[in-house]
Write a protein that binds this ligand. Structure first.
Ligand SMILES: NC(=O)C1=CN([C@@H]2O[C@H](COP(=O)(O)OP(=O)(O)OC[C@H]3O[C@@H](n4cnc5c(N)ncnc54)[C@H](OP(=O)(O)O)[C@@H]3O)[C@@H](O)[C@H]2O)C=CC1
Ligand SMILES: CC(C)CCC[C@@H](C)[C@H]1CC[C@H]2C3=CC=C4C[C@@H](O)CC[C@]4(C)[C@H]3CC[C@]12C
Length: 409
């Protein structure tokens, strides 16, 4: 075992688990008046009720009968089945939250003040689920896949099964799409209303919340496309993905909005309008890049992009059912850079952190984290593609040499 393996299997997982788990509580403390939060929060009755209601709601959305979507088959022959009702779920959930605050106007401030406890409950729930998933994956896996044993803490971090089920629902659709991202949306709206009640109306805070709402609406509109991404086809259900979506997303991804309640924005209305326009442009471009690849794949390469027939590289790869072929798009945005969707993702993330300009570095913490996550993801994705497509991937990299910033990187 070399130094890289020791780092990957023995040193990395405990460091990330300790660092990330602790940072969830640290963020709640950093984002507000620290003296208002005791250091020993562990979730109170109201926090557990909030989390339980959200979890039950998320679970029911996947449990009700409705349209289903079949995800890509795994190399060991399993086809995951998902519920295709994302946008309805998102819209009904927002309507229910708005109705709730009409009936209980003190709810936004209450949830804001109880945020540290809510995060503690999410943290404990997520840890419990990950321990359960580890035991389940080792003892009663759903699939016939044979997974090579690794050090226990690494298995806990990475997860055991790719598509585990719980009471008939897909665990990753539950944790990622239905709990994590809905918690993100509702918390961001809640922090906007809490800020309004506490400090008066702020156009900059509204812009930040609106941009995140548009972005998340776009996610739910495209939810079935998410089932083809790394998180779903490559990552196993463990600490990284499940704890990440149950505890880290509600904490770090909502941080800019949370921070602006205790530290009201100083941005002018003109600044807010410009930020909104920048954010909408970045969201549209990010969507456009993802859309070009999906459209190209749906038409098996026979389509036009940017008014010209799409160009591509034919790439063969080995699948469970023999040699198959795929096409690597070299037209449109995919001919300019290999991951421009990430570039626009960073721009849109920056745009909803910008209302915190003038309030220090903390409102930009999500943007900083995302930069690290996406640069790491570029390498993870390219490692996967190089292993899958071999020389065709090398040809693509030679033809499209830049990853995120044409001419630079
Ligand atoms: N806010 C957040 O925390 C994050 C947001 N995102 C967003 O999620 C969305 C999806 O991202 P993600 O799944 O990471 O990555 P991509 O949508 O970029 O998908 C990468 C995959 O696309 C295929 N591919 C790559 N290049 C080409 C090409 N030229 N032609 C055809 N197929 C190609 C390969 O898969 P195959 O095996 O099918 O060929 C590759 O593994 C993006 O909008 C991204 O910005 C992503 C990560 C984090
Ligand atoms: C353990 C932690 C240090 C890291 C946890 C990371 C995860 C929470 C995130 C890793 C990838 C993220 C996502 C990928 C793609 C997405 C599509 C986008 O349109 C919406 C957001 C997201 C689902 C996003 C959510 C968080 C991650 C799973």
């Amino acid at each position: 075992m070399g130094p890289y393996d020791i780092l990957r299997y023995y040193i990395g997982p405990p460091c990330i688990i300790l660092g990330a788990t602790g940072s969830v509580q640290l963020l709640a403390w950093l984002g507000t008046d620290p003296s208002s939060i005791p250091w020993h929060v562990k979730g109170n009755g109201s926090a557990w009720l909030t989390v339980a209601v959200l979890l039950l709601w998320a679970f029911l959305s996947l449990w009700v009968p409705g349209k289903v979507f079949r995800g890509p088959q795994t190399p060991f022959g399993y086809t995951p089945i998902y519920k295709a009702n994302g946008l309805q779920f998102f819209l009904v959930s927002i309507a229910a939250y708005l109705a709730l605050i009409l009936v209980f106007p003190s709810l936004p401030i209450h949830l804001y003040r109880n945020f540290a406890n809510i995060l503690a409950s999410c943290n404990l729930l997520a840890m419990g689920l990950c321990v359960f998933l580890l035991i389940k994956g080792k003892r009663w896996p759903d699939s016939r896949e044979v997974v090579e044993p690794k050090p226990l803490l690494y298995e806990f971090y990475r997860g055991m099964e790719i598509h585990p089920q719980l009471l008939g629902v897909d665990v990753k659709q539950l944790t990622n799409c239905r709990f994590g991202l809905l918690a993100w949306e509702l918390l961001v709206l809640n922090f906007f209303f809490a800020g309004w009640q506490k400090n008066g109306f702020s156009s900059a805070h509204l812009v930040s919340a609106l941009l995140q709402t548009v972005y998340l609406a776009k996610f739910y509109w495209w939810e079935t496309g998410y089932f083809n991404t790394l998180d779903i086809i490559l990552d196993r259900a463990g600490y990284y993905i499940c704890w990440g979506c149950l505890a880290f997303v509600p904490s770090l991804y909502t941080f800019a909005s949370y921070y602006l309640v205790a530290n009201p924005p100083v941005m002018t209305i003109n600044g807010a309008v410009l930020t909104f326009l920048l954010g909408i442009l970045a969201i549209s471009l990010n969507y456009r890049v993802d859309w070009e690849k999906e459209y190209f794949k749906a038409n098996n390469g026979r389509c036009k992009l940017w008014w010209k027939p799409a160009t591509y590289i034919e790439a063969k790869y080995e699948a469970s059912n023999g040699i198959r072929s795929s096409k690597l798009l070299t037209a449109g945005f995919w001919g300019i850079g290999r991951h421009l969707n990430y570039t626009f993702e960073l721009l849109l993330a920056l745009s909803w952190c910008l209302p915190g300009l003038g309030c220090g570095l903390l409102p930009f913490i999500y943007f900083i984290f995302l930069t690290i996550l996406l640069v790491h993801r570029v390498f993870r994705d390219e490692e996967k593609c190089a292993a899958k497509y071999g020389s065709a991937w090398v040809t693509y990299c030679n033809q499209v040499p830049y990853r995120l910033l044409p001419g630079v990187f």
